[in-house]
Design a protein around this ligand. Structure first.
Ligand code: DLL
Length: 433
Protein backbone atom coordinates (compact mmCIF):
# COMPACT_ATOMS: atom_id res chain seq x y z
CA UNK A 1 0.00 0.00 0.00
CA UNK A 2 1.51 3.32 -1.01
CA UNK A 3 0.13 5.55 1.76
CA UNK A 4 -1.21 3.34 4.59
CA UNK A 5 -1.86 6.32 6.90
CA UNK A 6 -4.31 7.84 4.44
CA UNK A 7 -5.60 4.64 2.87
CA UNK A 8 -6.36 2.87 6.17
CA UNK A 9 -7.53 5.91 8.09
CA UNK A 10 -10.29 4.97 10.57
CA UNK A 11 -13.72 6.18 9.48
CA UNK A 12 -14.15 8.70 12.27
CA UNK A 13 -10.78 10.35 11.73
CA UNK A 14 -11.52 10.48 8.00
CA UNK A 15 -14.88 12.15 8.61
CA UNK A 16 -13.25 14.77 10.83
CA UNK A 17 -10.56 15.47 8.26
CA UNK A 18 -13.16 15.77 5.50
CA UNK A 19 -15.24 18.22 7.57
CA UNK A 20 -12.23 20.39 8.29
CA UNK A 21 -11.23 20.38 4.65
CA UNK A 22 -14.77 21.16 3.52
CA UNK A 23 -14.83 24.29 5.68
CA UNK A 24 -11.54 25.45 4.19
CA UNK A 25 -12.77 24.69 0.67
CA UNK A 26 -15.98 26.66 1.11
CA UNK A 27 -14.11 29.63 2.52
CA UNK A 28 -11.58 29.54 -0.35
CA UNK A 29 -14.16 29.32 -3.10
CA UNK A 30 -16.36 32.01 -1.51
CA UNK A 31 -13.42 34.40 -1.30
CA UNK A 32 -11.85 33.68 -4.69
CA UNK A 33 -14.46 32.48 -7.19
CA UNK A 34 -17.28 34.88 -8.06
CA UNK A 35 -19.33 32.00 -9.48
CA UNK A 36 -19.42 30.12 -6.14
CA UNK A 37 -19.91 33.28 -4.09
CA UNK A 38 -22.96 34.25 -6.14
CA UNK A 39 -24.39 30.73 -5.95
CA UNK A 40 -24.01 30.68 -2.17
CA UNK A 41 -25.46 34.15 -1.82
CA UNK A 42 -28.47 33.13 -3.91
CA UNK A 43 -29.12 30.40 -1.33
CA UNK A 44 -28.49 32.79 1.57
CA UNK A 45 -25.42 30.80 2.62
CA UNK A 46 -22.26 32.14 4.27
CA UNK A 47 -19.06 30.07 4.52
CA UNK A 48 -19.48 29.77 8.30
CA UNK A 49 -22.83 28.00 7.79
CA UNK A 50 -20.94 24.94 6.49
CA UNK A 51 -19.36 23.27 9.49
CA UNK A 52 -19.26 19.55 8.68
CA UNK A 53 -19.98 16.99 5.97
CA UNK A 54 -23.62 16.92 7.14
CA UNK A 55 -23.97 20.48 5.78
CA UNK A 56 -22.69 19.60 2.31
CA UNK A 57 -26.18 18.97 0.91
CA UNK A 58 -27.05 22.63 1.45
CA UNK A 59 -24.55 23.66 -1.19
CA UNK A 60 -25.67 23.86 -4.84
CA UNK A 61 -24.40 21.51 -7.55
CA UNK A 62 -21.86 22.53 -10.19
CA UNK A 63 -22.47 21.30 -13.73
CA UNK A 64 -20.58 20.95 -16.98
CA UNK A 65 -22.61 23.85 -18.36
CA UNK A 66 -21.32 26.07 -15.55
CA UNK A 67 -17.81 25.26 -16.75
CA UNK A 68 -18.65 26.17 -20.31
CA UNK A 69 -20.13 29.46 -19.14
CA UNK A 70 -16.92 30.28 -17.26
CA UNK A 71 -14.59 29.30 -20.16
CA UNK A 72 -11.63 29.38 -20.01
CA UNK A 73 -10.46 30.42 -16.51
CA UNK A 74 -13.55 31.69 -14.68
CA UNK A 75 -13.60 28.75 -12.24
CA UNK A 76 -9.97 29.19 -11.14
CA UNK A 77 -9.45 30.10 -7.47
CA UNK A 78 -5.72 30.83 -7.77
CA UNK A 79 -3.94 33.56 -9.73
CA UNK A 80 -2.14 32.44 -12.90
CA UNK A 81 1.24 32.81 -11.19
CA UNK A 82 0.24 29.89 -8.95
CA UNK A 83 -1.17 27.74 -11.73
CA UNK A 84 1.45 25.13 -12.68
CA UNK A 85 -0.37 23.21 -15.41
CA UNK A 86 -3.51 23.41 -17.52
CA UNK A 87 -5.37 20.40 -18.91
CA UNK A 88 -8.49 20.35 -21.02
CA UNK A 89 -10.93 17.55 -21.63
CA UNK A 90 -11.98 16.99 -25.19
CA UNK A 91 -15.48 18.33 -25.57
CA UNK A 92 -16.94 16.54 -28.58
CA UNK A 93 -18.95 19.65 -29.28
CA UNK A 94 -18.06 23.23 -28.49
CA UNK A 95 -15.34 24.36 -26.15
CA UNK A 96 -13.34 21.97 -23.98
CA UNK A 97 -13.47 21.95 -20.20
CA UNK A 98 -10.39 23.72 -18.89
CA UNK A 99 -8.74 22.81 -15.60
CA UNK A 100 -5.87 24.55 -13.79
CA UNK A 101 -3.72 22.83 -11.16
CA UNK A 102 -1.35 24.47 -8.67
CA UNK A 103 1.94 22.79 -7.76
CA UNK A 104 0.26 21.38 -4.65
CA UNK A 105 -2.69 20.06 -6.71
CA UNK A 106 -0.22 18.26 -8.98
CA UNK A 107 1.45 16.71 -5.93
CA UNK A 108 -1.88 15.50 -4.54
CA UNK A 109 -2.82 14.07 -7.92
CA UNK A 110 0.56 12.32 -8.33
CA UNK A 111 0.20 10.89 -4.84
CA UNK A 112 -3.28 9.54 -5.65
CA UNK A 113 -2.04 8.08 -8.94
CA UNK A 114 0.77 6.42 -6.92
CA UNK A 115 -1.83 5.03 -4.50
CA UNK A 116 -3.68 3.61 -7.52
CA UNK A 117 -0.55 1.90 -8.79
CA UNK A 118 0.01 0.61 -5.25
CA UNK A 119 -3.52 -0.86 -5.37
CA UNK A 120 -2.16 -3.29 -7.97
CA UNK A 121 0.97 -4.07 -5.96
CA UNK A 122 3.40 -1.73 -7.75
CA UNK A 123 6.42 -0.50 -5.81
CA UNK A 124 9.61 1.49 -6.44
CA UNK A 125 10.96 -1.67 -8.11
CA UNK A 126 8.27 -1.65 -10.79
CA UNK A 127 8.75 -0.75 -14.44
CA UNK A 128 5.67 1.18 -15.51
CA UNK A 129 4.84 1.52 -19.19
CA UNK A 130 2.50 4.45 -19.69
CA UNK A 131 0.59 3.90 -22.93
CA UNK A 132 -2.11 6.49 -22.26
CA UNK A 133 -1.85 9.51 -24.53
CA UNK A 134 0.29 12.39 -23.28
CA UNK A 135 -0.99 15.91 -23.75
CA UNK A 136 -4.07 17.83 -22.75
CA UNK A 137 -5.66 14.45 -21.91
CA UNK A 138 -4.77 13.63 -18.30
CA UNK A 139 -4.10 9.89 -18.74
CA UNK A 140 -0.43 9.97 -19.82
CA UNK A 141 0.95 12.70 -17.57
CA UNK A 142 -1.25 11.58 -14.66
CA UNK A 143 0.10 8.03 -14.52
CA UNK A 144 3.58 9.24 -15.44
CA UNK A 145 3.91 11.50 -12.41
CA UNK A 146 2.17 8.93 -10.22
CA UNK A 147 4.77 6.30 -11.15
CA UNK A 148 7.60 8.78 -10.61
CA UNK A 149 6.15 9.82 -7.26
CA UNK A 150 6.23 6.18 -6.24
CA UNK A 151 9.86 5.92 -7.32
CA UNK A 152 9.16 3.38 -10.05
CA UNK A 153 10.90 3.45 -13.44
CA UNK A 154 8.61 5.02 -16.05
CA UNK A 155 8.59 4.13 -19.73
CA UNK A 156 6.61 6.98 -21.31
CA UNK A 157 5.64 5.37 -24.61
CA UNK A 158 2.32 7.25 -24.89
CA UNK A 159 -0.40 5.62 -26.99
CA UNK A 160 0.28 4.36 -30.51
CA UNK A 161 3.17 2.85 -32.42
CA UNK A 162 1.92 -0.45 -31.11
CA UNK A 163 4.56 -2.79 -32.53
CA UNK A 164 7.39 -0.74 -31.06
CA UNK A 165 5.43 -0.48 -27.83
CA UNK A 166 5.36 -4.29 -27.62
CA UNK A 167 9.04 -4.65 -28.47
CA UNK A 168 9.96 -2.23 -25.66
CA UNK A 169 7.56 -3.89 -23.25
CA UNK A 170 9.34 -7.18 -23.87
CA UNK A 171 12.91 -5.85 -23.95
CA UNK A 172 12.55 -3.57 -20.88
CA UNK A 173 10.50 -6.08 -18.91
CA UNK A 174 7.62 -3.79 -18.00
CA UNK A 175 5.76 -5.06 -14.93
CA UNK A 176 2.92 -2.54 -15.05
CA UNK A 177 0.88 -1.40 -18.04
CA UNK A 178 -1.28 1.74 -18.05
CA UNK A 179 -3.66 2.40 -20.98
CA UNK A 180 -7.32 2.32 -21.96
CA UNK A 181 -8.87 -1.18 -21.82
CA UNK A 182 -9.58 -1.08 -25.56
CA UNK A 183 -5.93 -0.28 -26.23
CA UNK A 184 -4.80 -3.08 -23.88
CA UNK A 185 -6.79 -5.47 -26.02
CA UNK A 186 -5.23 -4.06 -29.14
CA UNK A 187 -1.72 -4.45 -27.68
CA UNK A 188 -2.55 -8.09 -26.90
CA UNK A 189 -3.91 -8.73 -30.41
CA UNK A 190 -0.99 -7.05 -32.19
CA UNK A 191 1.52 -8.85 -29.94
CA UNK A 192 -0.02 -12.20 -30.86
CA UNK A 193 0.04 -11.31 -34.55
CA UNK A 194 3.74 -10.42 -34.19
CA UNK A 195 4.36 -13.89 -32.77
CA UNK A 196 5.27 -12.58 -29.28
CA UNK A 197 4.35 -14.92 -26.46
CA UNK A 198 2.48 -12.24 -24.52
CA UNK A 199 1.67 -14.61 -21.64
CA UNK A 200 5.35 -15.02 -20.86
CA UNK A 201 5.94 -11.28 -20.31
CA UNK A 202 6.68 -10.20 -16.71
CA UNK A 203 3.58 -7.97 -16.52
CA UNK A 204 1.83 -8.05 -13.13
CA UNK A 205 -0.84 -5.36 -13.16
CA UNK A 206 -2.69 -3.26 -15.72
CA UNK A 207 -4.40 0.02 -14.76
CA UNK A 208 -7.11 0.47 -17.32
CA UNK A 209 -9.63 3.29 -17.45
CA UNK A 210 -10.80 6.49 -19.16
CA UNK A 211 -13.70 4.61 -20.81
CA UNK A 212 -16.41 2.20 -19.69
CA UNK A 213 -15.56 -1.50 -19.81
CA UNK A 214 -17.05 -4.68 -18.43
CA UNK A 215 -16.23 -7.74 -16.31
CA UNK A 216 -16.35 -9.85 -19.46
CA UNK A 217 -13.78 -7.55 -21.08
CA UNK A 218 -11.60 -7.92 -17.99
CA UNK A 219 -11.70 -11.69 -18.45
CA UNK A 220 -10.72 -11.37 -22.10
CA UNK A 221 -7.77 -9.11 -21.28
CA UNK A 222 -6.60 -11.39 -18.47
CA UNK A 223 -6.73 -14.35 -20.86
CA UNK A 224 -4.46 -12.54 -23.31
CA UNK A 225 -2.04 -10.74 -20.97
CA UNK A 226 -0.42 -12.18 -17.83
CA UNK A 227 -1.66 -9.43 -15.51
CA UNK A 228 -4.41 -8.47 -13.07
CA UNK A 229 -6.54 -6.02 -15.04
CA UNK A 230 -7.64 -3.25 -12.66
CA UNK A 231 -10.13 -0.48 -13.20
CA UNK A 232 -8.95 3.09 -12.60
CA UNK A 233 -11.25 6.09 -12.70
CA UNK A 234 -10.74 9.81 -12.93
CA UNK A 235 -11.83 12.91 -14.77
CA UNK A 236 -9.88 16.02 -15.64
CA UNK A 237 -12.15 18.39 -13.73
CA UNK A 238 -11.46 16.57 -10.45
CA UNK A 239 -7.95 15.19 -11.18
CA UNK A 240 -7.03 12.82 -13.97
CA UNK A 241 -6.53 9.09 -13.28
CA UNK A 242 -6.35 8.33 -9.56
CA UNK A 243 -9.63 9.63 -8.20
CA UNK A 244 -10.57 5.99 -7.54
CA UNK A 245 -8.92 2.66 -8.17
CA UNK A 246 -9.61 -1.03 -7.85
CA UNK A 247 -7.38 -3.09 -5.60
CA UNK A 248 -6.35 -6.70 -6.22
CA UNK A 249 -9.65 -7.90 -4.69
CA UNK A 250 -11.26 -6.57 -7.90
CA UNK A 251 -14.54 -5.64 -6.26
CA UNK A 252 -15.24 -1.94 -6.68
CA UNK A 253 -12.96 1.08 -6.88
CA UNK A 254 -11.64 2.71 -3.70
CA UNK A 255 -12.30 6.44 -3.81
CA UNK A 256 -9.46 8.49 -2.35
CA UNK A 257 -12.03 10.34 -0.32
CA UNK A 258 -9.66 12.32 1.88
CA UNK A 259 -9.35 14.46 -1.30
CA UNK A 260 -12.37 13.61 -3.45
CA UNK A 261 -15.68 13.26 -1.61
CA UNK A 262 -18.27 11.17 -3.51
CA UNK A 263 -22.07 11.31 -3.44
CA UNK A 264 -24.66 9.50 -5.57
CA UNK A 265 -27.77 11.37 -6.64
CA UNK A 266 -30.86 10.71 -8.67
CA UNK A 267 -29.99 12.50 -11.95
CA UNK A 268 -33.61 13.53 -12.48
CA UNK A 269 -34.33 15.03 -9.06
CA UNK A 270 -30.90 15.72 -7.55
CA UNK A 271 -31.95 13.77 -4.42
CA UNK A 272 -29.20 11.92 -2.61
CA UNK A 273 -29.40 8.10 -3.01
CA UNK A 274 -28.46 5.47 -0.43
CA UNK A 275 -25.48 3.13 -0.82
CA UNK A 276 -26.24 0.28 -3.20
CA UNK A 277 -28.46 2.38 -5.46
CA UNK A 278 -27.37 3.39 -8.90
CA UNK A 279 -27.29 7.07 -9.84
CA UNK A 280 -25.09 9.97 -10.91
CA UNK A 281 -21.71 10.35 -9.25
CA UNK A 282 -21.01 13.76 -7.72
CA UNK A 283 -17.64 14.93 -6.40
CA UNK A 284 -16.48 17.64 -4.03
CA UNK A 285 -12.73 18.27 -4.30
CA UNK A 286 -11.82 18.88 -0.69
CA UNK A 287 -8.24 20.02 -1.16
CA UNK A 288 -7.94 21.53 -4.61
CA UNK A 289 -6.48 25.02 -4.86
CA UNK A 290 -6.32 25.82 -8.57
CA UNK A 291 -9.86 24.93 -9.49
CA UNK A 292 -11.82 23.68 -6.49
CA UNK A 293 -15.13 21.99 -7.18
CA UNK A 294 -18.19 21.78 -5.02
CA UNK A 295 -20.70 19.00 -5.72
CA UNK A 296 -19.67 18.55 -9.33
CA UNK A 297 -22.11 16.43 -11.34
CA UNK A 298 -19.93 14.06 -13.35
CA UNK A 299 -22.77 12.53 -15.43
CA UNK A 300 -21.18 9.13 -14.71
CA UNK A 301 -23.47 6.36 -13.55
CA UNK A 302 -22.45 4.08 -10.69
CA UNK A 303 -23.27 3.37 -7.04
CA UNK A 304 -21.46 3.49 -3.73
CA UNK A 305 -21.08 -0.09 -2.53
CA UNK A 306 -22.80 -0.93 0.74
CA UNK A 307 -20.22 -0.33 3.45
CA UNK A 308 -18.24 -3.41 4.34
CA UNK A 309 -14.54 -3.66 4.92
CA UNK A 310 -12.43 -4.60 1.95
CA UNK A 311 -10.05 -7.52 2.55
CA UNK A 312 -7.21 -5.33 1.21
CA UNK A 313 -7.39 -3.20 4.38
CA UNK A 314 -8.22 0.11 2.73
CA UNK A 315 -10.93 1.91 4.64
CA UNK A 316 -12.25 4.24 1.95
CA UNK A 317 -15.64 3.72 0.33
CA UNK A 318 -15.85 1.99 -3.03
CA UNK A 319 -17.81 2.76 -6.17
CA UNK A 320 -18.98 0.02 -8.52
CA UNK A 321 -17.54 -0.28 -12.03
CA UNK A 322 -18.94 2.63 -14.05
CA UNK A 323 -21.83 1.83 -16.33
CA UNK A 324 -21.38 4.77 -18.65
CA UNK A 325 -22.48 8.36 -18.71
CA UNK A 326 -25.98 9.78 -18.57
CA UNK A 327 -25.27 11.25 -22.00
CA UNK A 328 -24.05 7.87 -23.40
CA UNK A 329 -27.38 6.27 -22.77
CA UNK A 330 -29.20 5.42 -25.98
CA UNK A 331 -32.96 5.26 -26.07
CA UNK A 332 -34.02 2.71 -28.67
CA UNK A 333 -37.78 2.61 -29.11
CA UNK A 334 -38.21 3.60 -25.48
CA UNK A 335 -35.68 1.08 -24.12
CA UNK A 336 -32.62 2.48 -22.31
CA UNK A 337 -29.37 0.96 -23.56
CA UNK A 338 -25.79 1.61 -22.46
CA UNK A 339 -23.07 0.53 -24.91
CA UNK A 340 -21.39 -1.30 -21.99
CA UNK A 341 -24.45 -3.58 -21.72
CA UNK A 342 -24.05 -4.57 -25.36
CA UNK A 343 -20.35 -5.21 -24.77
CA UNK A 344 -21.17 -7.44 -21.85
CA UNK A 345 -23.34 -9.66 -24.06
CA UNK A 346 -20.92 -9.72 -27.01
CA UNK A 347 -17.75 -10.51 -25.10
CA UNK A 348 -19.29 -13.63 -23.60
CA UNK A 349 -20.06 -15.19 -27.00
CA UNK A 350 -17.44 -17.55 -28.40
CA UNK A 351 -16.02 -16.53 -31.77
CA UNK A 352 -16.73 -12.83 -31.20
CA UNK A 353 -14.01 -10.20 -30.76
CA UNK A 354 -14.84 -7.43 -28.29
CA UNK A 355 -14.52 -4.86 -31.09
CA UNK A 356 -17.87 -3.41 -32.04
CA UNK A 357 -19.76 -0.31 -33.14
CA UNK A 358 -23.40 0.50 -32.55
CA UNK A 359 -25.04 2.35 -35.42
CA UNK A 360 -28.26 4.00 -34.34
CA UNK A 361 -30.65 5.51 -36.86
CA UNK A 362 -34.30 6.26 -37.40
CA UNK A 363 -36.57 4.84 -40.09
CA UNK A 364 -39.79 6.80 -40.23
CA UNK A 365 -40.62 7.28 -36.58
CA UNK A 366 -38.84 4.15 -35.40
CA UNK A 367 -35.32 3.89 -33.96
CA UNK A 368 -33.08 1.20 -35.34
CA UNK A 369 -29.86 -0.23 -33.95
CA UNK A 370 -27.27 -2.12 -35.92
CA UNK A 371 -24.46 -3.88 -34.09
CA UNK A 372 -21.36 -4.33 -36.20
CA UNK A 373 -19.08 -6.79 -34.50
CA UNK A 374 -15.87 -8.56 -35.44
CA UNK A 375 -15.66 -12.33 -35.51
CA UNK A 376 -12.60 -14.56 -35.48
CA UNK A 377 -10.87 -15.18 -38.76
CA UNK A 378 -11.49 -18.92 -38.75
CA UNK A 379 -15.24 -18.37 -38.41
CA UNK A 380 -15.18 -15.92 -41.26
CA UNK A 381 -13.44 -18.28 -43.61
CA UNK A 382 -15.78 -21.09 -42.45
CA UNK A 383 -18.88 -21.86 -44.44
CA UNK A 384 -21.76 -19.44 -44.22
CA UNK A 385 -23.84 -21.65 -41.91
CA UNK A 386 -21.49 -21.03 -38.98
CA UNK A 387 -21.83 -17.30 -39.46
CA UNK A 388 -25.60 -17.49 -39.75
CA UNK A 389 -25.88 -19.45 -36.53
CA UNK A 390 -23.63 -16.97 -34.76
CA UNK A 391 -25.61 -14.01 -36.03
CA UNK A 392 -28.86 -15.60 -34.85
CA UNK A 393 -27.32 -16.35 -31.45
CA UNK A 394 -26.13 -12.74 -30.96
CA UNK A 395 -29.51 -11.40 -32.06
CA UNK A 396 -31.30 -13.70 -29.62
CA UNK A 397 -29.05 -12.81 -26.69
CA UNK A 398 -29.30 -9.05 -27.29
CA UNK A 399 -33.08 -9.38 -27.51
CA UNK A 400 -33.26 -11.47 -24.34
CA UNK A 401 -30.93 -9.33 -22.22
CA UNK A 402 -31.63 -5.82 -23.52
CA UNK A 403 -35.04 -6.22 -25.11
CA UNK A 404 -33.83 -4.60 -28.31
CA UNK A 405 -34.34 -5.96 -31.80
CA UNK A 406 -30.96 -5.18 -33.31
CA UNK A 407 -29.63 -5.89 -36.77
CA UNK A 408 -26.41 -7.87 -36.36
CA UNK A 409 -23.66 -7.44 -38.93
CA UNK A 410 -20.61 -9.67 -38.61
CA UNK A 411 -17.41 -8.19 -39.96
CA UNK A 412 -13.89 -9.47 -40.38
CA UNK A 413 -11.37 -9.26 -37.55
CA UNK A 414 -9.43 -5.99 -37.76
CA UNK A 415 -11.99 -4.17 -39.89
CA UNK A 416 -13.40 -1.91 -37.16
CA UNK A 417 -11.27 1.17 -36.74
CA UNK A 418 -9.06 1.05 -33.63
CA UNK A 419 -8.54 4.10 -31.47
CA UNK A 420 -5.49 4.68 -29.32
CA UNK A 421 -7.36 6.46 -26.57
CA UNK A 422 -11.02 6.28 -25.72
CA UNK A 423 -12.87 3.88 -28.02
CA UNK A 424 -15.74 5.25 -30.11
CA UNK A 425 -18.54 2.73 -29.74
CA UNK A 426 -21.57 4.62 -31.03
CA UNK A 427 -22.54 6.27 -34.30
CA UNK A 428 -25.85 7.97 -33.65
CA UNK A 429 -27.07 9.00 -37.10
CA UNK A 430 -30.31 10.33 -35.59
CA UNK A 431 -28.36 13.37 -34.45
CA UNK A 432 -27.48 14.17 -38.05
CA UNK A 433 -31.06 13.97 -39.34
O1 DLL B 1 -10.40 9.95 -18.78
C1 DLL B 1 -8.99 10.51 -16.90
C2 DLL B 1 -8.47 9.14 -16.87
C3 DLL B 1 -7.34 8.82 -17.60
C4 DLL B 1 -9.08 8.16 -16.08
C5 DLL B 1 -6.83 7.54 -17.55
C6 DLL B 1 -8.57 6.87 -16.03
C7 DLL B 1 -7.44 6.57 -16.75
P1 DLL B 1 -11.39 12.77 -19.03
O2 DLL B 1 -10.79 12.72 -20.37
O3 DLL B 1 -11.71 14.09 -18.44
O4 DLL B 1 -10.43 12.10 -17.98
O5 DLL B 1 -12.68 11.87 -19.07
C8 DLL B 1 -13.39 11.61 -17.90
O6 DLL B 1 -14.03 9.40 -18.71
O7 DLL B 1 -16.21 11.26 -16.57
C9 DLL B 1 -15.91 8.96 -17.38
O8 DLL B 1 -17.05 9.19 -18.17
C10 DLL B 1 -14.82 8.33 -18.24
N1 DLL B 1 -14.01 7.41 -17.43
C11 DLL B 1 -12.83 7.64 -16.84
N2 DLL B 1 -12.40 6.52 -16.21
C12 DLL B 1 -13.34 5.57 -16.39
C13 DLL B 1 -13.50 4.21 -15.99
C14 DLL B 1 -10.01 10.79 -17.98
N3 DLL B 1 -12.58 3.56 -15.27
C15 DLL B 1 -14.52 10.65 -18.19
N4 DLL B 1 -14.64 3.57 -16.36
C16 DLL B 1 -15.28 10.27 -16.95
C17 DLL B 1 -15.59 4.19 -17.09
C18 DLL B 1 -14.38 6.15 -17.17
N5 DLL B 1 -15.48 5.46 -17.52
Amino acid sequence: MFNPTAEQMPKEALRKLQSKRLQQLVRRTYDHVAFYRERMQEKGLKPEDIRSMEDLAQLPFTTKTDFRDQYPFGMFAAPMREIARIHASSGTTGKPTVVGYTKRDLDVWAECAARSLGCGGATADSIVQVAYGYGLFTGGLGMHYGAEYMGAAVVPTSAGNTEKQIMLMKDFGATVLCCTPSYALQIAEVGMAMGVDMMSLPLKSGHFGAEPWTEAMRMRIEEMLPLKALDIYGLSEVAGPGVASECLVQNGLHVFEDHFYPEIIDPATGESLPDGEKGELVFTCLTKEGMPLIRYRTRDITMLLKEETCPCGRSSRRIARLMGRTDDMLIIRGVNVFPSQVEDVLVRIKGVHPQYVLVVDRQGNLDTMEIKVEVTESLFSDHVRGLEALRADIHHQIKTVLNVNAKITLVEAGSIERTLGKATRVQDLRRLN
